[in-house]
Design a protein around this ligand. Sequence first.
Ligand SMILES: [Zn+2]
Length: 132
Amino acid sequence: MARRGRTTIEWLLGIVSRSHLVEGGCREWEGARNDSGYCVSWAPEALCAALGLAGRLVRVHRALYLIEHGTLDPELHVEHLCGNRWCIEISHLEAVTQTENNRRAILTRDHDLVGWDRFGWPPPNSEEEPVL
Ligand SMILES: [Zn+2]
């Protein structure tokens, strides 16, 4: 019998089990991150097919946003309202345009120069580019 792949529920439970709550209400991911410091994971085939994704490596916060809201314009950025790239708490995420994302990034740089210290530099990398 062929080995059964993970179901979406098993993947989601795995995401939760590899994260922890921190002060401020963020749920920080403990798994892999890509070159930009975003949390990435291999999503199950069934989920990727349902989401219409060509590959399986996804940025966790974008995948969770899409699952929660049912739709995500690929042109939109899923921004962390908390400013914590490691956070996967769905209520801390908002889909915004590139223009709005840039505007907020400038505000953050001007007023929160310790941000990069928190995330570390350079961030840990991953071999592949996420598809989502
Ligand atoms: Zn957060």
